[in-house]
Ligand binder design. Structure first.
Ligand code: HEM
Length: 311
């Protein structure tokens, strides 16, 4: 493996400086195990993962994560970074959720703990929807949307190879067998997540909400395989038998970059010209859109994934 590829699979550095890609808001490719390959985090995850996550959380708590805020001329790069990297973290969260759902019901697993972890990953994905979709309408419609259209005229989130494993969870068809104590929390996180997806779509695309409401019920059954390959290529994702350590290292690298971005620019950067000076967030988002809340949710998910936090 060449040095660049190895770096992208390794733990982030221990300083609060930007160290993702070659410069602030640059990208890195994501390598995931093929979708059919069961992926289970190591039990317990390695000490160096926990240590890196703990160091990152300490940097965030001390206010030591930061770069110069993005200027107007950097906004397109910033929102492109959010679009791609936010989708990467979403895919990683879907894999973590799928692994947690697989372990629910296994006698060897701590059911109560898993049941508390699952709603928190769902919440982290909701936060990622908000972050990923925080672009101005103008940049979304001039840059992001056409880039998908150029790949395919019906490019769609349903093409993700990692989503089918969690689709029935997110469509709320059947609540997984979490403990009774967590059932209501999970149901309400799933509803919130759906609401947020609708609201993000509505904020960015004129008829986005109704497009999403008319989602075909079971697209996976008749999708050509080339669609998931197109989705992977667009989102700089390749498939290889990477280890659980490498998957979690890639998660930590991205969580650090996102935390630095939010700490430096806020969810809504000052230089961005939104339709209204501060975008009006739907009330349902209230608990997720404070900059500190977002950083806590993202780094909290990293803490759960690396075993640093046991809820
Ligand atoms: C912000 C990051 C976003 C992520 C991670 C994301 C992810 C997804 C996923 C996984 C699906 C498949 C759902 C399923 O099969 O049940 C989906 C579907 C869909 N999403 Fe999003 N989405 C995002 C933003 C948006 C935006 C901005 C719009 C604007 C219109 C949108 C509109 C749709 C629509 C219309 C569908 C239905 C499938 C289709 O016909 O294309 N999404 N999205």
């Amino acid at each position: 493996m060449n040095t660049t590829a190895a770096l992208a699979l390794s733990l982030p550095g221990t300083s609060g400086m930007w160290d993702f890609g070659d410069y602030p808001y640059a990208l890195e490719p994501l390598t995931l195990p093929p979708p059919g390959v069961a992926w289970l985090p190591e039990e317990p995850p390695a000490d160096d993962l926990r240590a890196a996550c703990s160091a990152l959380r300490d940097l965030a708590a001390a206010g030591d994560l930061g770069v110069a805020p993005a200027g107007e001329d950097e906004l397109e790069r910033l929102f492109w970074f959010r679009w791609i990297t936010g989708h990467h973290i979403s895919s990683l969260l879907w894999r973590l959720l799928a692994a947690a759902l697989d372990r629910l019901g296994s006698p060897a697993a701590d059911q109560a703990e898993l049941s508390r972890v699952i709603p928190r990953y769902v919440r982290a994905y909701s936060a990622m929807l908000i972050y990923t979709g925080s672009s101005t309408q103008a940049i979304y419609n001039a840059t992001i949307r056409p880039s998908m259209y150029r790949i395919h005229s019906t490019f769609s989130g349903t093409w993700s190879a990692d989503f089918p494993a969690v689709r029935s969870l997110f469509r709320g068809r059947r609540v997984p067998p979490v403990t009774t104590a967590e059932r209501a929390a999970l149901t309400s996180e799933i509803e919130l997540c759906h609401r947020i997806h609708l609201d993000v779509a509505a904020k960015l695309v004129t008829n986005g909400r109704s497009l999403l409401q008319h989602l075909v019920d079971n697209p996976a059954a008749h999708q050509p395989r080339v669609w998931s390959a197109l989705f992977d290529h667009y989102f700089l994702t390749s498939r290889a038998p990477v280890s659980a350590h490498e998957v979690l290292s890639q998660l930590l690298r991205r969580c650090k970059a996102v935390a630095i971005d939010i700490a430096s620019n806020g969810l809504y950067p000052a230089a961005a010209a939104y339709e209204s000076s501060t975008p009006a967030d739907p009330a349902a988002w209230a608990e997720l859109t404070g900059d500190q809340e977002l950083i806590d949710i993202v780094l909290g998910a990293a803490g759960l994934a690396t075993g640093l936090i046991r809820p």
